[in-house]
Design a protein around this ligand. Structure first.
Ligand code: A3P
Length: 315
């Protein structure tokens, strides 16, 4: 039944049409590609990216689960890398007039969206900064074979799920009914969610090329993690910068309060057409406590224990 909704064209048509299908959360169905559930259009872009992206050793790639704080991480890493060029965070800073998603492109939502025109990445300044929701095993081969750095961000799956639920319902058109939390919960816990199963983060490579971050930790100690991030990205803060308050300047500029209050993030849209304001909701830890029943907590905790805690990831 879902096949009717798919508009498949081009060179990946045959491959995609053979993959297992599940009902999607918005319009498109999810296809199971190498163990990962991805919507039709996005999957076409993913395949193009896997085929064409050539990583450089100097690249920095942000790998995040959707709704785990990607927008925040994009803002922080952009501000870190460009702090010499835009030394005044109150004046003429790109983050004051652009949504972070327009400053750090996604492989699958921005760069590889047109199969006929591949992105020209040669003109980008170095280090190039990219972002993706792809799990480690689906990253383009050249990323894994190069010394390209990976910043990996994940979040407590319960908050991830709640964030998803609000976001998806904003994206569903008026003619579609709201997706009930228990319906989304059931799908999420079966592993069927965009780029899911959510427990795939246990598969992330652990090496000195990968920096592992967690949303909850970053909320607790943002200055500590910003410094760590700067060191990892090979642009550590100098003593002079520290004494001048550059760390706080960047944290304030990228804070939920600051970004969500900017005009551009209240009225603009990102390249994919999603309204900027949808990327900012509460920006807090533990909102799931307001929504989950005892039964839901029990059910998801069993999965977390089995699939994540075993791998050293407890939430
Ligand atoms: P909530 O829905 O829990 O509020 P993503 O950027 O990966 O789509 O994730 C969105 C989540 O990050 C949302 O969580 C959003 O509010 C939160 N967020 C956005 N900007 C943030 C910021 N600057 N600091 C902290 N959290 C932020």
């Amino acid at each position: 039944i879902y096949l009717q909704e798919i508009d498949l064209t081009g060179e990946y048509k045959e491959l995609i049409s053979t993959l297992p299908l599940e009902k999607g959360w918005i319009k498109m169905p999810f296809h199971q590609y190498q163990g990962c559930w991805i919507g039709t259009t996005t999957l076409q872009n993913v395949l193009s990216c896997q085929q064409h992206f050539q990583a450089l050793d100097t690249d920095i790639l942000l790998v995040t689960s959707p709704k785990s704080g990607t927008t925040w991480l994009k803002a922080l890493t952009f501000a870190l890398l460009n702090r010499k060029k835009y030394s005044n965070v109150h004046l003429n800073h790109p983050l004051l007039i652009s949504n972070p998603h327009d400053l750090v492109p996604f492989f699958e939502h921005d760069l590889y969206i047109n199969k006929d025109i591949l992105p020209n990445l040669n003109s980008l300044s170095h280090p190039r900064l990219f972002s993706t929701h792809l799990p480690y095993h689906l990253l383009p081969k050249s990323v894994k074979e190069s010394r390209c750095k990976i910043v990996y961000l994940c979040r407590d799956p319960k908050d991830n799920l709640v964030s998803f639920w609000h976001f998806i319902n904003k994206l569903r058109s008026q003619s579609m009914e709201k997706l009930a939390l228990d319906e989304l919960f059931e799908s999420f816990c079966r592993g069927v969610s965009p780029f899911g199963p959510f427990w795939k983060e246990s598969l992330m490579e652990r090496s000195n090329k990968v920096m592992f971050l967690r949303y909850e930790e970053m909320k607790k100690k943002p200055d500590f993690y910003l410094k760590k991030l700067a060191e990892f990205m090979e642009c550590p803060f100098s003593k002079e910068e520290e004494s001048k308050g550059v760390i706080d300047d960047i944290l304030n500029l990228c804070s939920f309060e600051k970004l969500s209050g900017l005009e551009v993030n209240k009225i603009g849209k990102v390249g994919t057409g999603v309204e900027n304001k949808y990327f900012f909701r509460r920006g807090q830890v533990g909102d799931w406590k307001n929504l989950f029943t005892t039964e839901m907590i029990k059910q998801i905790d069993i999965i977390i224990e089995k699939e994540l805690v075993e791998y050293g990831l407890s939430f």
